[in-house]
Design a protein around this ligand. Structure first.
Ligand code: GLA
Length: 350
């Protein structure tokens, strides 16, 4: 049996999914496939990655941990998982902010559920996958990635309310515009440490404002924060949520040029207020802006990774061709461009 799950691209709403904010991602047409069958031992194979075999599950500090974390979650629900062989194949480039890890977790969850007729609901698949990442892999992430991999629908973005853990679909009619991702090909170390630090700062800022949730926070509250760093962090969270709502409106009205401006604003805030960008991704965004591309911003956790670009395909291609030269000259690195379409969430493939 083969199960596949998509990567995701977040249009807007970055670094707000762990503070009860709104995010607007969609599933992309780059998927990860898992073939699973019974075996005498646990076997994990994936082309281009190290293979693992063992009779008792343990943490290995490598890619199978995402699946092992999922199995552990099944066990916590008293659903016994006997030894299985997992064969993984992925079209999702790692390190571009497209969340290949959530694809792996959700595909593994659905595959196990199907194989043993556990009949888990979509929400259970989402929860198991999220807990695997948080509790076993140890990344204290928000809900966006696993939620999107499970609930996404082709040609639609998901407006996720991460406070209530609900969503509504927003039709994506791009009128000849397209999304792309430029991989900066840098991943600054300490990225995970910075991620957890931002989470803490966001909580501290909330405390300083005397609020229990960012849903109650206004821009005036933010301006009253005395600590300059915490003020900037909270400013990002509050303004980003406003931008998400505006983006949904513009997407529904087909005002895509204005939408592009919000993407640049989001980047500016991620870079200056939340400080999760870096020289390389700032450079790519600025370059795209100078070439008249409709919108661009860093995506995902940041500190390197991917830049989302939005606009007309030929224009993006022309700008990217120039970028390659300048980027190499400045950083000695070659970026990569990928055009992206929408897709459905995790599913059993025929
Ligand atoms: C990572 C996390 C998500 C989200 C983004 C930033 O991808 O896994 O939950 O917080 O960073 O928006």
């Amino acid at each position: 049996m083969v199960v596949s799950s998509p990567g995701r691209l977040n249009i807007i709403g970055e670094h707000v999914d762990y503070t009860g904010g709104f995010v607007l991602p969609f599933a992309i047409n780059r998927r990860l496939y898992i073939e699973v069958e019974r075996s005498d031992r646990f076997v994990f194979t994936s082309e281009g990655f190290k293979e693992y075999r063992f009779s008792r599950l343990k943490k290995v500090g490598d890619w199978p941990d995402y699946i092992i974390g999922v199995i552990k979650e099944f066990e916590k629900l008293s659903l016994k998982v006997p030894p299985l062989c997992f064969r993984v194949r992925s079209e999702i480039p790692p390190g571009s902010g497209l969340s290949s890890s959530a694809a792996l977790e959700t595909a593994a969850s659905l595959a196990i559920s199907q194989l043993f007729n556990f009949n888990l609901s979509k929400r259970q698949i989402f929860k198991i996958s999220l807990r695997a990442e948080r509790e076993f892999v140890g990344v204290n992430c928000g809900i966006m990635d696993q939620y999107t991999a499970v609930f996404a629908k082709k040609e639609h973005a998901l407006l996720i309310d991460t406070y209530h853990e609900t969503h509504r679909y927003v039709k994506m009619d791009l009128k000849g515009y397209t999304f792309g991702v430029i991989n900066s090909n840098v991943k600054h170390s300490l990225a995970e440490g910075h991620y957890n630090k931002r989470r803490k700062e966001a909580e501290e800022a909330l405390k300083e404002m005397g609020k229990s949730s960012y849903r109650e926070v206004t821009l005036d509250d933010v301006e009253n924060i005395s600590d300059p760093i915490l003020k900037k962090r909270a400013r990002h969270i509050v303004t980003e949520n406003i931008r998400v709502k505006k983006t949904v409106h513009l997407l529904e009205k087909g005002k895509l040029n204005e939408l592009g401006k919000l993407l640049y604003e989001s980047h500016e805030s991620l870079s200056k207020n939340y400080e999760v960008s870096c020289e390389e991704t700032d450079f790519i965004v600025e370059f795209m802006k100078s070439k008249g591309i409709t919108g661009a911003r860093m995506v995902g956790a940041g500190f390197g990774g991917g830049v989302l670009v939005f606009g007309e395909k030929p224009k993006i291609l022309a700008a990217y061709t120039e970028l390659e030269k300048f980027y190499f000259k400045k950083f000695g690195l070659t970026p990569q461009l990928l055009f992206i379409d929408s897709d459905d969430g995790v599913r059993v493939d025929p």
